[in-house]
Design a protein around this ligand. Structure first.
Ligand code: HDE
Length: 730
């Protein structure tokens, strides 16, 4: 008898594309042992192991000794080289943005900006240039977890025909500080405290909030980092922003100001804080795994590139200084124009060679793009080159393939550590008189990079512009642009973070700033801390209450429209209804989503029709926090077994607490009852036993979450406040 078929426990993968250049790395990827052998020596089809100098190695298992039990000999050059190299494998991690993950792709222009810039990459619709993107968290070290409450880096390198364009942005459109001289203080305060070296990857500690409470300009950014923007579901569901105002220059040197936006095709999605805390334990690599899996499955993440273009006249009339990086320009005032798309379609061959060694520099802009006087941008333009020298160990980091421009390069720079391509020929200086053939490259006043010509007769001084002095109005605008549930999350986050602060005076000082943003928020946080409401902080400028809410700033308003790009967890046991399982798989696949099977044992289960079903996770390793929605479809017998198992009860109670949509078989409902939720089932707990219910369930999962539930189960929940209504000041 042939054994029953075993179904896969997850969405089947499409065959990964073979990336260009892969043949090179495959030399190293060839299997060293075939047919179950554990050790193989070189021979037909198997490469010979060599030292770095190319000397063939006879024995890589034993060092050279004087007798089998004698001392190791210094003459063992292979051992010496191997250990020497290993000892030097690390380079310094990035001071900030140490934990990150990158992928390759391309940028394609969909609307020409030829009328405002001469940048070659922004001229011809349909043309593509290669891209490399690195996403990151800011505060944590290289080995920290992905779902820290933090800003996410969104650094894009476009290999254009006129050199590399590095748009080194974040997933939040504003920043903490206005002057780069404060950056070391900000980062020191956010990182682990220097004596004890904790907490890791967290801003929930005294030093961070002490600095923030003494730096009112950070309040707008704080509203963002305390919002769900700081705990994204995936890089794929995250916006990116160039943050600063840049300039576009045409051939005559005329300037148009520009702000850059990356808009995810999958729209916006975040997780909730309690979920983030648990994801960090269950899968610290949640975001990098998500990106890798999506690309490997052929479900390529994509973003639209949008621009906000404006002239000096707009800048003069706008409510805030466009050079102030703590301010944004609401999309409702200046719409975002889509001009291109970014697609990530290839994972790296090697993490270190590409993601770790990639060196972004804000000062890398092609002709036709230029900087504004945003002081933070000016400060960054100095810092990034400096940082690369330290990290990559010398001035030749553009010789590393990931950093190398893909367009022709010609200059007279030479030598230095690890030089790979010194200029050829006799001449290494200019001007020279060796003529066009031998004399090497020459400047090109037409094609070359030219800066915006600006007359600035100002005195040299250490001053902050008066026009940067309003620290609260846009913080308030962000807050009133959020839906009630998002406002609640901001309050919850502030209470959580400040409850980890040991000094009461620091906690109260933060509340004094919140009073300048929103009275109710300040009261909520004070209540949450058990503190008495202080006096408002002294403000350099009074908070404006006349700014309209900007719906573009809400994640919930801009959430997914379906289940595409999202993941369903399906909890099964022996005896699970095979046709229900098939119907769920069909519905989730049709919606563009993926699924993973969770079972009591990794070996899988036998479905009601006798077919085997492999599991992706054993229940203890596949908690519901890893999924956007869950279908709980054990058989009745299976449900009785799961009812006695704490991780199985947690699976449903966490999904319920995190406001997820739950699809339930009869057995699933029994498990809910065992978890104490039998009385609480609501309209987002959807029975699946009737025909057609599986696809209805997947359709129902389209919104981010069933937020009404949180308002009814969380003790801190506040009554909803109308979002679009402008609130009167109190
Ligand atoms: Fe960075 N930043 N930064 N930063 N930043 C670095 O450069 C710095 C700022 C951002 O994936 C470092 O290569 C200064 C704003 C990203 O490799 C360093 C200031 C924004 C990345 C540095 C800022 C960013 C970095 C550390 C204030 C959003 C990761 C390693 C003047 C627009 C890039 C490195 C990657 C990395 C300096 C502020 C984004 C030390 C001095 C504002 C996404 O050079």
């Amino acid at each position: 008898m042939t054994p029953p078929a075993i179904k896969s426990g997850e969405t089947p993968r499409k065959a990964p594309k073979v990336p260009p250049g892969a043949e090179i790395s495959q030399r190293y990827a060839e299997p060293q042992g075939a047919g179950g052998e554990t050790h193989q020596v070189a021979g037909k089809g198997v490469a010979t192991l060599t030292t770095q100098q190319g000397i063939p190695v006879a024995d890589d298992q034993n060092s050279l000794k004087q007798g089998a039990r004698g001392p190791i000999l210094l003459e063992d050059a292979h051992y010496r080289e191997k250990i020497f190299h290993f000892d030097h494998e690390r380079i310094p991690e990035r001071v900030v943005h140490a934990r990150g993950y990158g992928a390759h792709g391309f940028f394609e222009l969909t609307e020409s900006l030829a009328d405002v810039t001469r940048a070659d990459v922004l001229q011809r619709v349909g043309e593509r240039v290669p891209a490399f993107v690195r996403f990151s968290t800011v505060a944590g070290n290289k080995g920290s977890f992905d779902l820290a409450r933090d800003v996410r880096g969104f650094a894009v390198k476009l290999y254009t025909n006129e050199g590399n364009w590095d748009l080194v942005g974040n997933n939040i459109p504003v920043f903490f500080i206005q002057d780069p001289i404060k950056f070391p203080d900000l980062v020191h305060a956010a990182k682990p405290e220097p004596d004890r070296e904790f907490p890791q990857a967290q801003t929930a500690h005294d030093n961070f909030w002490d600095f923030i409470s003494l730096t009112p300009e950070s309040m707008h950014m704080i509203m963002w980092t305390m919002s769900d923007r700081a705990i994204p579901r995936s890089y794929r569901f995250m916006e990116g922003f160039g943050v600063h105002t840049f300039r576009l220059l045409d051939a005559d040197g005329n300037s148009t100001f520009v702000k850059f936006h990356w808009k995810p095709r999958l729209r916006l999605q975040s997780v909730v804080w309690n979920e983030a805390v648990k994801i960090n334990g269950a899968d610290p690599d949640f975001h990098r795994r998500d990106l890798w899996d999506a690309i490997e499955a052929g479900d390529f993440p994509a973003w639209d590139l949008g621009v906000q273009l404006f002239n000096q006249d707009f800048a003069d009339k706008f409510d805030f200084d466009v050079f102030d990086p703590t301010k944004l320009i609401p999309e409702e005032i200046l719409p975002v124009r889509t001009i291109g798309r970014l697609v990530l379609d290839r994972v790296v061959d090697n993490f270190f060679a590409e993601t770790e060694q990639v060196a972004f520099c804000t000062q890398n802009v092609p002709p036709g793009i230029d900087f504004s006087n945003d002081p933070l941008l000016q400060g960054r333009n100095f810092s990034y080159l400096d940082t690369q020298l330290k990290r990559l160990g010398g001035p030749n980091f553009t010789h590393i393939p990931i950093n190398s421009p893909r367009c022709p390069m010609a200059h007279f720079q030479q030598d230095g550590h690890m030089a790979m391509r010194n200029p050829k020929g006799r001449v290494n200086y200019e001007p020279n008189s060796w003529g066009p053939q031998m004399g090497g490259p020459r400047e090109d006043p037409v094609r070359g990079f030219r800066s915006f010509v600006e007359v600035n007769g100002e005195p040299k001084q250490r001053l902050r512009a008066e026009s940067f002095a309003d620290h609260y109005s846009q913080a308030r605008q962000f807050y009133i642009s959020q839906t009630p549930i998002e406002q609640k999350h901001i309050g919850d986050a502030l209470v959580f973070e400040l409850s980890k602060v040991e000094r009461p005076d620091i906690r109260v000082r933060v509340v004094s700033h919140l009073l300048n943003i929103d009275q109710e928020l300040a009261q909520t946080v004070a209540n949450g801390l058990g503190a008495v409401l202080p006096k408002p902080a002294q403000a350099a400028m009074p908070t404006r209450h006349d700014l309209d809410p900007s719906p573009a700033l809400s994640i919930v308003v801009n959430g997914p429209e379906g289940f595409a790009g999202r993941k369903l967890g399906i909890l099964v046991t022996d005896g699970t209804d095979a046709s229900l399982f098939d119907a769920l798989v069909e519905a989730v696949t049709a919606a563009g989503g993926t699924y993973e099977v969770i079972a009591p044992r990794i070996g899988g289960v036998t479905l009601s029709n006798g077919e085997g079903l492999a599991a992706k996770h054993m229940i203890d390793g596949g908690p519901s926090v890893l999924f956007d929605a869950v279908a709980v479809i054990p058989s009745m017998n299976g449900a009785h077994v799961l009812a006695a198992d704490a991780p199985s009860r947690d699976f449903v109670s966490d999904a319920f607490a995190h406001c997820k949509f739950l699809g339930l078989s009869e057995g699933g409902t029994a498990l809910m009852t065992a978890a104490g939720l039998g009385e609480k089932l609501d309209e987002a707990c959807i029975g699946l036993d009737a025909p057609g219910k599986a696809s209805q369930f997947i359709e129902a999962c389209a919104p981010l979450r069933f937020w009404q539930r949180e308002l009814s189960v969380d003790l801190d929940a506040k009554p909803a406040r109308p979002r679009n209504g402008k609130r009167k000041s109190k």
